[in-house]
Write a protein that binds this ligand. Structure first.
Ligand SMILES: [Zn+2]
Length: 242
């Protein structure tokens, strides 16, 4: 099987349906009030360096099992899964629904979470994908209202489902753009050069040998780490000196 690069993904979820005695501020809803469990409505994804954004959705009975089986096949051939809050939200949701359906998954995936990068490395006014995308000039997410979720969940409205997929796909496109910008400031987690047959000394991002060497940092252990900049993709990386 050919090795695939990064997979950008986003999910949309349905709320629980439940019974409650009274609406209002600061109310408690016990889990025993749930009459229909929440599920995943759709998963949209795209491979890095490819144009097409794919979508999967729950079936006509609003069962997300078949969709998850398909998505796990895709996720399992990805080298890295990229999501905005993907670790704690999207992937955790997917894992919880796979657990429910007894669908097996890898215990861990190599992930890149753009929310974590945004929090750890930058100081944005807001760490929401919408804000960061707009700040970087990539545009904004499609606006939605809660009515869209209601139309899908309660009326099985086809147009609402199309709108939801469109919204989810746009998020995946923004996610890739935001990732590509932040990526230049982050350490690689994967050596794509080696994956695609280049030497270990090449650029981890693109496998190029055309590198500029910067000053070494000598760690407390005495080990020297040298910074390089790739002239092909402009990304920095550091490597232990032998
Ligand atoms: Zn490079």
């Amino acid at each position: 099987m050919t090795k695939r690069k990064r997979l950008f993904f986003d999910i949309e979820t349905s709320p629980n349906i439940g019974l409650f005695w009274e609406a209002g501020y600061k109310k408690n809803i016990d889990s025993s009030n749930i009459i229909k469990e929440r599920a995943i409505i759709c998963i949209c994804y795209k491979w890095e360096e490819e144009r097409e954004v794919y979508s999967l959705q729950w079936d006509s009975k609003q069962n997300d099992r078949a969709m998850l089986l398909k998505f796990i096949e895709v996720a399992n051939v990805a080298t890295e899964l990229v999501g905005h809050n993907g670790d704690k939200f999207d992937l955790a949701w997917i894992r919880t629904r796979c657990l429910f359906h007894s669908i097996s998954m890898f215990p861990t995936y190599q992930t890149i979470d753009t929310l974590k990068i945004a929090r750890n490395k930058f100081r944005f006014n807001s760490n929401k994908l919408n804000y960061i995308a707009d700040y970087l000039g990539f545009g904004q997410k499609i606006k939605t209202t809660f009515g869209l979720w209601k139309d899908i969940l309660l009326n099985k409205d086809k147009k609402a489902m199309e709108d939801m997929i469109k919204y989810c796909k746009k998020d995946v496109i923004l996610l890739e753009k935001v990732f590509s910008a932040l990526n230049k400031h982050t350490e690689s987690k994967t050596h794509y050069g080696v994956i695609f047959g280049a030497d270990r000394g090449s650029c981890p991002e693109c496998g190029s040998d055309d590198l500029v060497r910067y000053n070494a940092r000598v760690m407390a252990s005495g080990i020297r780490r040298i910074q390089y900049k790739c002239k092909t993709c402009n990304k920095f990386h550091s490597k232990t000196d032998k």
